[in-house]
Design a binder for this molecule. Structure first.
Ligand SMILES: C[S@@+](CC[C@H](N)C(=O)[O-])C[C@H]1O[C@@H](n2cnc3c(N)ncnc32)[C@H](O)[C@@H]1O
Length: 305
């Protein structure tokens, strides 16, 4: 009875249940669990320690890393075994926490990237796309000013800065802009500045930009037409809009966890919204699904005339 009560106490905690759910998929280390759960590492370590002490997870060392896996039924204290079997059965079959599973897929994919030697890693797209983007940007005619609306961590903003005299990154999130500033500084850019604020009430003059980027920003706006109108207002005649969005999807967790207000857009709807805002579309491409990816993207270029 005592052991059953103690097992029930241990599993009566959401974080510990999420850890058990993740470890039922595959062994993970604390850094990986922290990335997936989005919690402080010290808290995750503590919960994993509690599960380990109770005999519900086991650890295994691999080189410098410690991985945790679920205990087998036989490793759990005898009195609690029927309860453990039932619990694991339920935990494995839950369909919630889908966002944990999406992040798990990301973590496992980046783990794959750790295994090849340096040569393979440098050739992998994840390692070489910055270099490619830099090279391709040098082929473009120099553009005076670009604005990256909803620039997030500023990776694209920094890439744009290679082809423009000046880039303005705009974002409503202070933490995202801190990351963007740190990135621009790390890569040594001096022609990028960041503006914190709501792009829909942005204090920038009309017709001041040659390029406007809206990359995965429209799905954050209550009325996406407003975002397109802001881009149109900021562009000079002949200026270019570069748009990237998600196609319709049913990953409803992005509303809570990522603040999305729209679950993607149909390419035809984006097309008519851009036209309604006064753009002439020069290209629109729906990207094919990529391995293990739950979202599909659509990219468009348009001219403000
Ligand atoms: C999914 S991220 C995209 C980041 C980046 N553009 C990219 O493609 O990697 C969307 C960004 O839009 C920002 N955002 C949302 N609503 C905004 C608003 N009204 N004004 C400015 N930025 C906004 C969010 O803070 C977030 O950083």
């Amino acid at each position: 009875m005592k052991e059953m009560a103690s097992l029930l106490r241990i599993v009566a905690d959401e974080t510990r249940l999420r850890v058990l759910r993740l470890l039922s998929e595959t062994p993970l280390n604390v850094t990986e669990l922290t990335t997936i759960l989005g919690l402080a590492q010290s808290g995750v370590s503590k919960q994993v320690g509690t599960l380990k002490k109770a005999g519900l997870v086991r650890e295994r060392r691999e080189g410098l890393k410690t991985f945790y896996r679920l205990s087998e039924e036989a490793e759990v204290p005898e009195e609690g075994r029927p309860l453990w079997v039932l619990l694991m059965d339920r935990v494995r079959s839950t369909e919630d926490n889908r966002h944990d599973l999406v992040r798990l897929a990301d973590v496992l994919e980046s783990r794959e990237g750790d295994t090849p030697g340096l040569h393979e890693r440098l050739l992998a797209p994840g390692e070489s796309w910055h270099a490619w983007s830099r090279m391709i940007m040098t082929l473009l005619p120099s553009m005076k000013r670009a604005v990256d609306l909803g620039c997030g961590g500023g990776i694209l903003t920094a890439e744009l800065a290679r082809a423009c005299d000046e880039v303005v990154g705009v974002d409503i999130s202070g933490p995202a802009l801190s990351a963007a500033r740190a990135h621009a500084e790390r890569v040594g850019l001096t022609n990028v500045r960041f503006v914190e604020g709501d792009m829909t009430t942005l204090d920038m003059p009309d017709s001041c930009c040659d390029v406007a980027v809206l990359s995965q920003t429209l799905h954050h706006l209550p009325d996406p037409m407003v975002g397109l109108r802001v881009a149109a207002r900021l562009l000079k005649a002949g200026g270019r809009l570069i748009l990237m969005e998600l196609l319709p999807h049913d990953e409803a967790w992005v509303t809570d966890k990522l603040g999305h207000l729209h679950l993607g857009f149909a390419a035809t709807d984006l097309e008519s919204m851009m036209e309604q805002a006064g753009f002439r579309i020069t290209s629109l491409e729906t990207l094919p699904p990529s391995r293990g990816e739950r979202f599909r993207a659509v990219q468009a270029c348009a001219v403000w005339e």
